[in-house]
Design a protein around this ligand. Structure first.
Ligand code: SF4
Length: 408
């Protein structure tokens, strides 16, 4: 028989412990719930009444008072019971006071905010379905949220009915995609980040003057595909200094380079150096193509790496700038993990971690970072420090079709 408090269907993870004397908050609930879900168990969250079926622990949080950890599994489900016991033991073992160093700037950049607002406003003002080609920004949470509000995400334009409205993602598209959209009579709302558009314009300019363009970037990334499409005959993609060594160009005096906007600054500098060595007459772009947001997030992370026992980066696995942050930390000798949501954090990562560096890629919502801080606050007293290396004031205006707020 299940306890009347615990219901049926999987493990209940406590968001609060209820006792005769009152309620103890359990902010680490999402950590335990994520762990149980990874073990394949159905999980519910809610207040847990402390009776004979409840397993729980209380955590000292200093001035904030006690926090609880609690789970209850159906008494007739030995697998769930064992998992609940294990999860409670593992998370109790990594409880304790911690410092969290928050790298700043982090989370949304101006290009991502603009792209999301474009989809939101388009959804508000169009009566017909709104399609979005590719993920508007590379973040699972953002895409799920916009999909729940009505946006229809597709991979290619052939999934969009003729005459419909389609939003292009922040990563940009190749001219071939624009042409196809025009031919199909689609209403196009362009969410391309203006800093990606700048790189496209450079590609056209360099190709027009007869240069071979060496594009530094990651094969298969949407932004790279879009930029390559501007001058496919004239552009060669490289990723590493080794790729540069093997380049054999017809006219080494007419070579330009461009980069993807979200690369690692230090690694890209090595590729550029290799290009300068191989092509002494190399034409350089007037300003760096690695965008301000990518640069700032890497620099702010550098300000916390050395002091941190572990770095957590909030971001999705397909987010280039988020993955670069993880690599940056690891290259500098600090373990780092990429998490989409707080539930991805594993107890074993936190063992022995007293100082935790926390940041987020440019496509990850700030609220997800706060969710992590709150959940970790359920494991002990938290000292929170913001490490701000610069303040961002960049803002991009919306496209005219969206500003007008009417169907065009
Ligand atoms: S990361 Fe940079 S290029 Fe990408 S959307 Fe943000 S500002 Fe634009």
């Amino acid at each position: 028989m299940n306890s009347p408090h615990h219901g049926t269907g999987g493990v209940l993870v406590a968001t609060a412990l209820r006792t005769e004397a009152g309620e103890i908050p359990a902010p680490a609930a999402l950590l335990l719930a994520g762990d149980l879900r990874r073990r394949g168990l159905p999980v519910r969250t809610g207040p847990l009444h402390l009776d004979e079926h409840a397993r729980h622990a209380t955590i000292d949080r200093g001035a904030l008072g006690a926090a609880g950890l609690g789970v209850a599994a159906p008494p007739d489900d030995p697998v769930a019971l064992a998992a609940a016991e294990q999860v409670l033991a593992e998370w109790s073992a990594v409880a304790g006071p911690r410092s969290i160093l928050l790298a700043s700037p982090r989370s949304f950049c101006a290009g991502v905010e603009r792209a999301i607002e474009i989809v939101e406003r388009t959804l508000e003002t169009r009566t017909n379905p709104v399609y979005v080609r590719k993920q508007i920004v590379h973040n699972t949470y953002v895409v799920e949220d916009l999909a729940a509000r009505g946006a229809i995400f597709v991979d290619e334009l052939d999934e969009v009915p003729d005459g419909s409205t389609v939003v292009f993602s922040a990563h940009g598209v190749s001219p071939a995609v624009r042409t196809e959209a025009t031919q199909r009579g689609l209403e196009v709302i362009d969410g391309t980040c203006p800093l990606v558009t700048k790189v496209h314009a450079e590609a056209r300019r360099y190709a027009a003057r007869g240069d071979t363009i060496v594009l530094i970037g990651h094969a298969g990334h949407e932004e790279v595909e879009g930029t390559l499409g501007e001058a496919p005959e004239a552009t060669i993609l490289v990723e590493t200094p080794e790729d540069v060594v093997g380049l054999d160009l017809a006219d080494p005096a007419r070579v330009s380079y461009l980069t993807q906007t979200t690369l690692a600054i230090d690694e890209t500098a090595e590729v550029v150096e290799a290009l300068r060595t191989k092509f002494p007459l190399l034409h350089e772009p007037p300003s760096d193509d690695i965008c301000y947001a990518t640069t700032n997030r890497q620099n702010s992370l550098k300000a916390v790496i050395d002091e941190s026992d572990l770095v957590l980066v909030v971001g999705s696995t397909n987010s280039s700038n988020s993955v670069r942050l993880v690599e940056l930390s690891r290259r500098n000798g600090t373990p780092a993990q990429l998490i989409d949501r707080v539930g991805d954090i594993r107890a074993e990562w936190l063992a022995g971690v007293r100082v935790l560096g926390l940041t987020a890629g440019a496509s990850a919502p700030p609220a997800l970072v706060e969710e992590v801080v709150t959940a970790l606050g359920g494991l002990g007293e938290i000292t929170r420090t913001e490490r701000e290396v610069t303040r961002e004031t960049v803002h991009f205006g919306l496209p005219a079709a969206v500003r007008r707020g009417v169907e065009s």
